[in-house]
Design a protein around this ligand. Structure first.
Ligand code: PPE
Length: 305
C-alpha cells in the first residue's frame, strides 16, 4: 500500500488525499490517453529539494504536445504547484507524479473534445528496485515483448497507455524469477527497461541506446552523462546488442523511481557485483541529489527557500 500524505493538487487546488477522486467514465481510464512525469524530491541540508524540476515540466509539456493535449496551465503554474505539493505535505523526500489526463464528458477515440485535467500527487517511495538491488545489482531478463515501434507509439512521450507494454514485460520477468526486464526495439537492438534507461560499460566506455531504438530520453540518463563527463569517462550514445550485455564489464540502469542501479546479470550471464564506473556514477549521483556536491546545484529546486 502507498504511504499517504495529506494533500493532492487537482486542477488548481489542494484536496484531501482521500477525496482525490475521478468519475469512472474518465476518458484516460478507458483509453490510456494521459501523459505523466515521475519526479523526486530529496532531503538536503537546506530542506527538501526537487531534482531537475524544469526538465520534468518541459518533458510533460512535450508529451502533451505530441498527443495534442492543451494543458490549461502554464509551465510556471505547474512548476509552482509541484513545489507547493511538496511544501504543504511537509515531507523531507518523496516521489512526485504530475499527471495530465482527459476527464469526464466524452467517450470515443477522438480525444480532442475531452477536458484536459491535471493532478500532482506526492508520496514517500523507496528506490524502485529495492535496497539490495541498489547495493548488489539486479537480475535482468531480455523480454519476449518488444519496445514500441516509434510509428506505433512515440517513445518520446510519457503516455500512460504505453505502459501496458512495460507491464507485460515486467510481469514476464518477475514470473520467471528475475528483477526486471530489458526490451529490444522492433529491429532487435537493446532499447530500455520497463521504467529505466540502460547502460553498458565496455573497455572503460559507457554506452547507452539512442532514442531511435525506442528509449525515453531519460532525465536521470542525462544526469549520468554529465557526471561521466565530469569524471572523464567516455560516454557514447549508440546501438547495443543483447550479446553486448552478456559480455559487459559493467551495466547499470537509471530512472527517477529506480535511481542508479547496478545490473548483476543478464539472461543468467553473470556480470557480478557493481564495478568501479557504476560505483563512481552512483556515488556522485546520490551526493548530487542530496545537495552535497556544489557542481550540481543547478539541478535542485529548494522547496523552502
Ligand atoms: N524509460 C522509461 C520507459 C521510463 O518510464 C523512465 C522513467 C525512464 C526510462 C527513465 O527516465 P527518467 O526518470 O527521466 O530518468 N520511469 C518513471 C516511471 C516509473 C514508474 O514505475 O512509475 C520514473 O522513473 O519515474
Amino acid at each position: 500500500m502507498l504511504e499517504t500524505v495529506e494533500k493532492i493538487w487537482m486542477d488548481g487546488e489542494f484536496v484531501d488525499w482521500a477525496d482525490a477522486k475521478i468519475h469512472v467514465l474518465t476518458h484516460t481510464l478507458h483509453y490510456g490517453s494521459g501523459v505523466f512525469e515521475g519526479v523526486r524530491a530529496y532531503e538536503t541540508a537546506r530542506g527538501p529539494a526537487i531534482f531537475r524540476l524544469k526538465e520534468h515540466i518541459d518533458r510533460l509539456f512535450d508529451s502533451a504536445k505530441i498527443y495534442m493535449m492543451d494543458i490549461p496551465f502554464t509551465r510556471e503554474e505547474l512548476t509552482e504547484a509541484t513545489i507547493e505539493t511538496v511544501r504543504v505535505n511537509n515531507v523531507e523526500s518523496c516521489y512526485i507524479r504530475p499527471l495530465v489526463y482527459l476527464g469526464y464528458g466524452v467517450m470515443g477515440l477522438n480525444p480532442l473534445p475531452a477536458p484536459v485535467q491535471v493532478s500532482i500527487a506526492a508520496w514517500p517511495w523507496e528506490s524502485y528496485l529495492g535496497e539490495d538491488g541498489l547495493a548488489h545489482g539486479v537480475r535482468m531478463k531480455i523480454s519476449s515483448w518488444k519496445r514500441h515501434d516509434p510509428n506505433i507509439m512515440p517513445p518520446a512521450a510519457k503516455g500512460t497507455g504505453m505502459y501496458m507494454n512495460s507491464s507485460l514485460a515486467k510481469v514476464e520477468a518477475i514470473k520467471a524469477g528475475y528483477d526486471e526486464a530489458i526490451m529490444l526495439s522492433p529491429q532487435g537492438y537493446v532499447s530500455e527497461c520497463t521504467g529505466e534507461n540502460i547502460f553498458v560499460v565496455r573497455h572503460g566506455r559507457i554506452i547507452t541506446p539512442p532514442v531511435t531504438a525506442g528509449a525515453l530520453e531519460g532525465i536521470t540518463q542525462s544526469s549520468v552523462r554529465r557526471i561521466a563527463e565530469d569524471l572523464g569517462i567516455p560516454y557514447e550514445v549508440g546501438n547495443i546488442l543483447r550479446s553486448d550485455l552478456y559480455v559487459a564489464d559493467e551495466a547499470f540502469l537509471s530512472g527517477t523511481a529506480a535511481e542508479v542501479v547496478p545490473v548483476r546479470s543478464v539472461d543468467d550471464r553473470e556480470i557480478g557485483e557493481p564495478g568501479p564506473i557504476t560505483r563512481a556514477i552512483q556515488e556522485i549521483y546520490f551526493r548530487a541529489v542530496k545537495g552535497e556536491d556544489d557542481r550540481y546545484d543547478d539541478w535542485l529546486t529548494y522547496v523552502r527557500p
